[in-house]
Design a protein around this ligand. Sequence first.
Ligand code: UT7
Length: 323
Amino acid sequence: MRRSVITATGSYLPERIVTNAELAEKVDTSDEWIVARSGIKQRHIAADGELTSDLATKAAQAAMDSAGLTADDIDLVLLATATPDETFPATAATVQKNLGITRGFAFDLQAVCTGFIYALATADNFIKAGQVTRALVIGAETFSRIIDWEDRTTCVLFADGAGAIVLEVSEQEGTNQDRGVLTSHLHADGRHHDLLYVDGGPSSTQTTGYLRMAGREVFKHAVNNLASVVGEALEATGLEPHDIDWLIPHQANKRIIDSTGRKLKMDPAKVVVTVDIHGNTSAASVPLALDVAVRDGRVKKGDVLLLEAMGGGFTWGSALVRY
Ligand code: UT7
């Protein structure tokens, strides 16, 4: 059967690092509070004029370089983002142009923090359907642009960055020993809009707006939804928690990550954590964490990866992938 194999990864973080101490000079917070409640110690923030498309282009170029590919090899650019450069055209089209790709198609996908899981599942389906051979699947965000920097409950959490993968067709046996995306599970429940949203947009206010979050409520939903969606992935494949080599979770909060790891009885050493150094980069967080673990040699060819995320919408999802 046609499977979608991750053949390369790449990522990019803006140069500027903002520490908790720096934020404590601007809002009523402390390094102790931020570390204890979220696990975040620092985050990267884009420079003035540095756009989501710039971050996405650099991450995608790194993935293409790693795979030894050129522009003509790519037939889909799929960018998960909640912080596009403009309302339209899709930021994916700008990334396509920046990379010198003139064939195939490009579009943005909006599922906030679950964006990369949605994008992975979408690209996987295009590949399985025979419509795409090789895709760039990217998560990129400049959340610093939609943060209310006077709101201490959110400004200490979110950050900027980009991660990308090359997803490529491969003929496999059709068993869970195959390489590639083995299963994916997506969910949304629009009734929880008011717990996590941006209070602006082209149709409603004609402004960009700022992120608003009822953190404690989102936390409870995240813990429950993630536990159930990782369970679905295991059930669909017949794999057991001990078959997972690496849990690569959305990096929103170390306590949420720990909770999912505990439910799966995972050795904490098998959980990839970057929230401490990246903060919550929304759709970029999972591919960023994946790229870190690939480049430092933890994730190896043949390893089983469990990816999961939860975010605004609410949206949530998981994917089991043999790398
Ligand atoms: O990626 C999309 C999905 N998003 C998430 O998964 C985020 C989910 N939520 C969370 O990660 C956590 O709820 C937070 C990190 C946002 C907050 O942690 P918490 O343990 O749920 O704290 P809390 O919201 O219940 O606030 C506890 C206290 C409050 O004071 P009172 O009401 O107890 O007096 C807050 O006002 O901490 C206060 N507080 C702060 N104090 C210092 C809130 N933000 C800050 C801050 N510094 N930055």
